[in-house]
Design a binder for this molecule. Sequence first.
Ligand SMILES: *Cc1c(COP(=O)(O)O)cnc(C)c1O
Length: 442
Amino acid sequence: MQSAASRRDAAVRAAVGQGIVGEGRPVAGLLDVTGIRQAAAGLREAFAQVGAVDALHAFAVKAAPLVPVLRLLADEGLGAEVASPGELAVARAAGVPADRIVVDSPAKTTAELREALASGLAVNADNPQELARLDALVAALPGPVPPLGLRINPQVGAGSIGALSTATATSKFGVGLRDPGAREWVVRAYAERPWLTRVHAHTGSQGCPLELLAEGVRAVYELAEEINAAAGERRVRTVDIGGGLPVNFASDEVDPTHHAYARLLARTVPGLFDGRYGLVTEFGRSLLAKSGVILARVEYAKTAGGRRIAVTHAGAQVASRTVFDPGSWPLRVAAYDAVGRPRTGAPVVQDVAGPCCFAGDLVATGRPLPPLEAGDHVALLDTGAYYFAHHYAYNTLPRPGVYGYVCDEQGVRFAPVRPPQSLDELVAENGAGHAAGLSALR
Ligand SMILES: *Cc1c(COP(=O)(O)O)cnc(C)c1O
């Protein structure tokens, strides 16, 4: 079987050869369909092997809100975790069944909650005020009540990236379990509401050690046990453990794996896997990151003050996190020549810049790479989640096209995931329909 790296090399060569990336379309996102399928199957298998028979793996849509991606994952048995009306619409367009959708939006309006309940979607309330809204909506609901839960902040601490650490003492998410009186309030809230049957925690994302994530799961499991003891019945039936499995951005190795995390959870919280609880997971990055690359042309290769710079078409518009917080989000850059073959040559230290008009638009600095020349290509690796699907509209740069690929005896075959944004679309999005609007205001 071909490795992910050899599939990637073949896809880059074919993308250049077939004009998916070229002069008129100097940047694109490529997705390894085989890799995505393997990741999804690996996730299901990992939790099945530790005894989680009743499990819903809801892909965190924010990691890659692309309809064909969600359809592919749904084919593999996954669901969707959504955090906004837009993500919900994308999941629906992909055909994700209602009973596989989990609504976790941090700021749900009453209208969104009402619609979710009427559509049979699972909802996790974030706070007491939202729970009070659910009280009213559940009382008025004509049909069956879908699975409803409460998001708990286990307050077990932060990982190495503050912006992605959701279980600090003061995180904006959920009910802080260790706040004075909070635990008692939560236990009572469940005791009073027979329809509140889930607990939810998402302890953090990239930068959180597995042990920290497992401590978050332990905290909500213990809470579920306490709630059920107090209620005198199995009130909490399902524990939603969130996502957050970190991804290795330093090499092609998948590390940690879903298997390693599932085994750690089974050791840390064996009671969660003894058949009494259903399980929901919400992985995003770990399912997609390693199956995506951003492929971009090198437009110019120059030097300034002794610094060697490759000016490419991939910058902050497709790799915002890396450009604005390079310490937290370093990316590997692979060098390819003008026809898409891996570039050879003794590495020289160089910077890889993007097309945006600000000096900090760099995706790599001081990186030893084979000397890049105008007309070459660079690939930003492991960018299948939270990169090209998260366009930043700086400089009115268009959203690049995204294409999925498979490699077989016939070579590399591509399928479109999202077309590149056209100039007409860009102009329309920026108010072309209202050109005289301001001039008319006097
Ligand atoms: C972002 C998020 C996820 C997914 O996190 P990953 O690190 O991509 O796995 C899951 N659940 C919630 C509530 C989130 O906010």
